[in-house]
Design a protein around this ligand. Structure first.
Ligand code: THU
Length: 130
């Protein structure tokens, strides 16, 4: 499948508008492309009990999986608060869980309005799987 990275990044930019981040004031949005072709948006959702916060990436991925998706092709991540918002370690491992055997997930970030596309193994070599 030809992946429209720009479109996926635009979904992440839409998603960040719903970020609930009053504690960190660090807003994040994500767009996850599943093998069905559907894109799922996610934003970070914080909580007064800080440890309950969910990242934008995992929110998008869990939305996809709970709608029946099992294979991810790409995920775009955007924050207006930093250049190149890279995924945290927990989100990298969750992405890995839904990577297929024949296609490595593309991770898209933006730096000074230029898209960066890297494979998941750049961020997470030797991911864990049972
Ligand atoms: N955050 C994400 O949404 N994704 C990441 O990959 C890194 C961190 C959120 C969690 C928290 O709401 C805020 O950014 C600051 O850590």
């Amino acid at each position: 499948m030809d992946i429209d990275y720009e479109k996926l990044m635009n979904e992440a930019k839409e998603a960040v508008k719903n970020s609930y981040s009053p504690f960190s004031r660090f807003a994040v949005g994500a767009g996850a492309l599943a093998s069905s072709g559907k894109i799922y948006r996610g934003c970070n959702v914080e909580n007064s009990s800080f440890g309950l916060t969910i990242c934008a990436e995992r929110n998008a991925i869990f939305k996809a999986v709970s709608e029946g998706e099992r294979e991810l092709l790409a995920i775009a991540i955007y924050s207006p608060n930093t250049d190149s918002c890279y995924p945290c370690g927990a989100c990298r491992q969750v992405m890995y869980e839904f990577q297929t055997d024949d296609y490595e997930i593309d991770v898209i970030t933006e730096n000074s309005e230029i898209l960066e596309v890297k494979k998941l193994s750049y961020f997470l070599p030797n991911g864990f799987r049972i």
